[in-house]
Design a binder for this molecule. Structure first.
Ligand code: HEC
Length: 125
């Protein structure tokens, strides 16, 4: 009986360790380098339509803001390969998955819009 208990406890510890490792790995998966992402965002011209701070801009119609992007990195990469409308496509030949992940990290690091109350010019009597 005691032996069975020891065996069950060992099994539990092994499972818990495995789950923790899987969790830690999933957290690390989309590791992008924001600094390099910023460089590519400028060099590849994303900023021309989406703004230097990812604030959005204009193309044939409004180009969406990208700061604080919520698209998961996999969907972000898929979008770049085959944008449905007027945005130019970026194949893996011109933008690798790693470079796309770097841009994604850069966009996540941008502060995004500030609330109106924090902009003094818009709060004058
Ligand atoms: C010539 C203008 C232009 C350039 C350059 C451009 N985009 Fe876009 N982008 C757009 C437009 C317009 C849309 C709106 C959706 C569409 O038309 O497909 C868009 C949509 C997106 C979206 C989807 C956002 C959402 O909320 O749905 C992402 C992500 C994106 N662009 C990333 C990028 C990245 C990264 C680059 C550079 C590698 C880039 N874009 C370069 C015009 C541009």
């Amino acid at each position: 009986m005691r032996r069975l208990f020891e065996l069950a406890a060992t099994a539990l510890i092994i499972i818990a360790t495995g789950l923790f490792a899987a969790y830690a790995w999933a957290e690390d998966a989309p590791a992008g380098n924001a600094e390099n992402g910023k460089r590519i965002f400028i060099a590849d011209g994303c900023f021309m339509c989406h703004g230097r701070a990812g604030e959005g801009g204009a193309f044939n119609y409004p180009a969406p803001a990208l700061a604080q992007i919520e698209l998961p990195v996999e969907s972000f990469q898929a979008f770049l390969r085959e944008p449905p409308n007027d945005m130019p496509a970026y194949s893996t030949a011109v933008l690798s998955d790693q470079e796309a992940a770097d841009i994604h990290a850069f966009l996540r690091s941008l502060p995004g819009r500030r609330p109106v109350k924090d902009i003094p010019l818009l709060n004058q009597p």
